[in-house]
Design a protein around this ligand. Sequence first.
Ligand code: CAA
Length: 445
Amino acid sequence: MTAVGIDAVEIWTGNLKLDLPGTFAPQKGEDPEKYTKGLGLNASSFPDSYEDIVTMAANAAYRLMDRKGLEPDDIGRIDVATESAFDNSKPVSTYVAGCLEGVFDGDFHHANKGERKFACIAGTQSLDDAYNWIRAGRNRGRAALVIATDTALYARDDAGEATQGAGAVAMLISEDPSLVELSTHQGYGSADETDFLKPNQQFPSVDGKRSVQVYLARMREALMDYESVAGDIHPDDVRFVPFHTPFPGMVRKAGLLGYRYLTRDTAIEEELAEEIGRQPRLEAFDTEDAYHDAVREYTDALKGTDRYREWYAETIDPTLTISREVGNWYTGSVHVARASALKHALETGEDATGETLMVGSYGSGAQAEVHTETVQAGWTEEIGALNVDEQLDSRYDLSWAEYEEVHDVHNHEMDVEVEEFTAPESEFVFDGWGRMGERKYRFVE
Ligand code: CAA
């Protein structure tokens, strides 16, 4: 069977940043270490006044197409995943295609365009759609463009305000991919949950503490489901585990869950038993509560073992480097985690070709998905082409007063104008409103 997967990736961050320990924490009267150590975040990316989900998506896609020497005719499908859409009918992908048609020869008139919604998991679902479209033989030799783009803003003073972010990830899905091949097997954990939602409103209604528990519960089910079809995964078989990363502290919890799950009934569990005992088994307890208390106790002990710490440092920590500087990108965040891990491998001179990634996506509402990916021979060239460090370094560092202005500019209920903080260069910008309330864009050389 021909390999299908991600051929290329590009990342586009919002052009502004908010320093969380330096600017946000003092205003909130909080200890900066709540951000750096607790949530695991140094900064959030924000969109400048001329940026939105379309400009970031189009800019990421433009970089990707330009670098790969692609024409619109090479693309048979454009799917945008977002939970920040501003239109209930016209998909963001049409705006993105319109932008790209302004700078490339040809058009996307014979490409299938759509928009995917299921909170943060929609980016991964769009990868599925592209994979299935190619596998079904409907692609006519063309590739799919999948773009995850979000302005993850919360209402002012909501607890989620600490975990905001803005950016886009563009991915090219094709046969014989250069970056990673996607597994056919997948595992799902899905249930009707009310942890985070936006019922016709811009900013989310969130039950933050509950959302953390729902994430872990669905992820555990997805892992079980994955193993039920693909067979047991041993921790030694997996090089990196990129998880959906609303903030790195969440992934600390997901990492512990994953390791506990993967080491169950293995020699690792037996070796660890000398230090912290065996994992609790439900059948040994009279009540579920007693079992959960025992699991919590075991997990706390596991966290302190050298064996777990080493695994975490090798397998999970490298996935968090970019996220620490940008915050939550919702649909893009798990794809940022993959890029971050491979960037680490490149920077440390590792030969990752043939290695396995176990990818854990999550969307509130709620659903988790687990699949594996095999790193392909072209990964060094693809990851080496990312300019994410330059992008992060050139963001404008907002003062508190400027942050308040920027939040207002992007608040759909407010009519505020603010001078831009950065000068756009070789990128698409928002250019005002059209006759029917549509947004207009132009490319700035
Ligand atoms: N030093 C070190 N650590 C500190 C600290 C300090 N001075 N102060 C606090 N901390 C730690 C806390 O102990 C806590 O860590 P643990 O959870 O490991 O105990 C962490 O920092 C956060 O502190 P709080 O729980 O007190 O923070 P909070 O009340 O402000 O809420 C939050 C945190 C619930 C994540 C909130 O930011 C929120 O609601 N975020 C949005 C929802 C979200 O992201 N949920 C994640 C799962 S849902 C999902 O994944 C979908 C999605 O993308 C939104």
